[in-house]
Design a protein around this ligand. Sequence first.
Ligand code: FES
Length: 62
Amino acid sequence: MYVCICRGVTSSQIQREVSEQDGKSSVREINERLGCGKDCGRCCSSIKQIIQQSGTNSSNPA
Ligand code: FES
């Protein structure tokens, strides 16, 4: 699913970036690496949600 329409960045791309950084990515880091959030900025809240969900998943090995 596309999260950033302006730059064509998908949720799975963001999840992959977050998991490569052990769930410690910030929205700004994701923006820098994937280029999303740099035009209209409407995707930033969605990016934040994905980071939080991915971070929760990877930091809770159960
Ligand atoms: S939707 Fe991501 S910058 Fe516009």
